[in-house]
Write a protein that binds this ligand. Structure first.
Ligand SMILES: [Zn+2]
Ligand SMILES: [Zn+2]
Length: 284
């Protein structure tokens, strides 16, 4: 309960600052997606909590049924370390799973069909932080948390990772005019995430990190040029209207085509006299 109280208070504070000192004024305009954003957030968070409950109880159930002598040989977690260090280690390991899941969601078309919902927004603000298709969310959770379970990480580490991920997530989408300076080298900041939402493939297929950008730097997908990130964001495909429509769209062949934007009547976006190559047009 306290987590939710703090979380909602921070959401309200960020929303207030977005009005007072917006980074992009045009992102303050309504896009008609607010209720869908909230519904996807609630479903994904509910899905996360159910997955976490199953994940937390399954090893306990297994441990109860099996004899202790059968405990996993992979239980190599450094339980003796101070909690802060364990959380830092857990974040780094979880982040590798998040990175792989996020990058796969951009580079493999059958996964992009679920992740496109997140990129279909044309404004960034605190409320569409959690706009993820439930399948997209579950995929990320699986890849980021299973390694920690296998290593035998304790519950407090999972709780702290969940809290840190929730708060950094809120900040990455915030439309507040702040500079993050050297933080851009370590954390996934609003500036880095704005590049990630670019329509231009070479700019958008970067900065996959959810909390930390360590793996982007190691695998060469870190992107932070000196110029201003684009205000014109989104995808060239079309995402369905309405929460249920958006949930079921990726599961039909027609919906998949709409998401990819490969219909014959798809308009081509012209920017400054040049065709704008967007996510779904270039090999997504
Ligand atoms: Zn993405
Ligand atoms: Zn985003």
């Amino acid at each position: 309960m306290w987590f939710n109280v703090v979380y909602l208070t921070i959401v309200a504070l960020i929303a207030g600052f977005e009005r007072l000192m917006p980074y992009e004024k045009q992102w303050l305009e309504r896009d008609g997606e607010t209720l869908n954003d909230i519904a996807h957030t609630l479903l994904s968070k509910g899905g996360v909590q159910i997955a976490a409950a199953i994940g937390a109880s399954a090893p306990m159930a297994a441990a109860t049924v099996l004899q202790p002598s059968l405990s996993s040989p992979l239980s190599i977690w450094p339980h003796a370390w101070p909690l802060a260090l364990q959380v830092a280690l857990g974040l780094t390991i979880a982040e590798l799973g998040l990175y792989v899941a996020h990058r796969a969601a951009h580079e493999i078309l059958s996964l992009w069909r679920f992740h496109a919902l997140h990129h279909s927004v044309e404004r960034l603000w605190v409320v569409n932080t959690g706009r993820f298709h439930i399948v997209d969310s579950l995929f990320k959770i699986a890849l980021s948390q299973i390694p920690l379970y296998l290593m035998g990480a304790p519950l407090p580490v999972f709780l702290w990772i969940g809290a840190v991920t929730a708060f950094i997530g809120l900040l990455t989408h915030c439309n507040i005019d702040v500079t993050t300076g050297p933080l851009d080298w370590v954390f996934s900041t609003p500036r880095l995430h704005r590049w990630h939402h670019s329509k231009v493939l070479a700019e958008g297929n970067t900065n996959y990190g959810e909390n930390l950008v360590l793996w982007d730097q190691i695998f060469g997908t870190y992107f932070n040029p000196a110029r201003r990130p684009p205000a014109d964001i989104g995808i060239s495909g079309r995402v369905a209207e309405g929460f249920i429509g958006q949930l079921v769209q990726p599961f039909s062949a027609k919906g998949f085509r709409q998401i990819l934007g490969r219909r014959k009547d798809r308009p081509v976006t012209i920017v400054s006299g040049k065709e704008q190559h967007s996510h779904s047009e270039v090999g997504r």
